[in-house]
Write a new protein. Structure first.
Length: 368
């Protein structure tokens, strides 16, 4: 593949320039599959992003050297770096995340799809953004950046760090699996850890102890009955009890139990915060561990639209990298599953969509 790329570039001359642009474009689109699989084959579950950050830094450093770009590692947390590459003074930034949910499993492919953890969320998106950058540079288009962050799936550490170190970008194209439709909005998130404490006792004499599991279940029951708000565009807020654990043995009254819950919110979180605290007081400890706001986004001429229920890093960036737009290849319905995959056609379409959006934003922006 690399020999073919070098030969095609060497063949380029003024006489054969139209053919060469077509050939290089084809090579770029073919390479997006190879790069997607290489990224998927790196285990980068949240908190373990160092291997993929190292890989992307090396991969993009070669591009920066060849195309007069600047590349840097931006410290997000101990041992966890964002990767930023700029070409000129960035007006538009293409960004997505390097981390994935567990469990890791490697890539495979068939004629139509690439499979593996992160295939659509969001390593295929990384590959498509890099390919779009190459395409734009071949057209002598500059003043854009690529920003790949850590932690989106858990703590948004990368977006928080980047928000404190903006580079003057006016537009942020955030990549998540939206089936290549431009999202007009996305729900926010409000996540809690609930911790219950009890007293150990023999299960034959429950009156001598106090069950943390029973206390936790009672609180979860009450929280599940809290009324949830609705938005005309984003739809209804939802609640998921994601994890629950505790106890020592079936014949022991449990002295500890914990759960993690997440609300997908569509508006002001104040009511939910008050209700969780009210229902938890003197029963369990409720720790708020993450909040990101629901967002309403704008359209861009010529792109079909959708609305998504999942949460992104966009509210964490808080406008510091420019006005946000949300779009990417792949379906959220297979993200986080054992059948995570992305269609090859979606990947190549995304390359062209991202390149088109950068051109459009550099020349005309978005409607006010």
């Amino acid at each position: 593949m690399e020999r073919y790329r070098e030969a095609a570039i060497a063949f380029c001359s003024s006489r054969y320039l139209p053919f060469c642009f077509a050939s290089k474009r084809k090579i770029i689109l073919m390479n997006v599959f190879t790069l997607t699989r290489a990224l998927v084959d790196l285990d980068s579950t949240t908190g373990r992003e160092a291997p993929i950050a190292d890989y992307l830094f090396a991969h993009l450093r070669a591009l920066a050297t060849a195309r007069n770009g600047k590349i840097e590692r931006m410290l997000a947390a101990q041992g966890r770096d964002n990767i930023l590459i700029t070409f000129g003074d960035p007006i538009v930034t293409l960004s997505t995340h390097m981390d994935t949910v567990p469990p890791f499993f490697p890539s495979r492919e068939d004629n139509s799809h690439i499979y593996g953890r992160g295939a659509c969320d969001a390593k295929g998106i990384i590959a498509a953004m890099i390919a779009a950058a190459e395409m734009l540079l071949d057209e002598n288009i500059r003043n854009f950046a690529l920003l790949f962050v850590v932690g989106e799936e858990r703590d948004s550490a990368g977006a928080r760090a980047a928000a404190n170190a903006p580079r003057g970008s006016q537009f942020l194209i955030n990549g998540e699996p939206t089936e290549n439709l431009l999202a007009l909005g996305s729900k926010g998130a409000l996540r809690y850890e609930l911790v219950a404490r009890g007293k150990l006792a023999h299960s034959a004499y429950p009156e001598l102890g106090h069950s943390a599991i029973h206390a936790l279940l009672d609180v979860l029951h009450d929280i599940r009955n809290v009324p949830l708000s609705h938005d005309a565009i984003l739809g209804a807020s939802t609640l998921n009890v994601g994890t629950i654990s505790g106890g020592r043995a079936p014949n022991v009254i449990a002295d500890q139990a914990q759960a993690e819950i997440m609300f997908r919110i569509v508006g002001d979180p104040s009511f939910l915060r008050n209700e969780v605290q009210r229902l938890s007081v003197n029963r369990v400890e409720a720790r708020e561990v993450h909040y990101s706001a629901a967002v309403h986004l704008q359209a861009l001429d010529g792109l079909p639209t959708t609305v998504v229920a999942f949460t992104t890093d966009i509210p964490i960036f808080n406008g510091t990298w420019g006005r946000p737009l949300l779009i990417g290849p792949g379906s959220i319905h297979v993200a986080h599953t054992a059948e995570e995959r992305i269609a090859k056609k979606d990947l190549t379409d995304a390359v062209n969509i991202y390149a088109r959006m950068v051109r459009q934003l550099l020349t005309g922006g978005v409607p006010s």
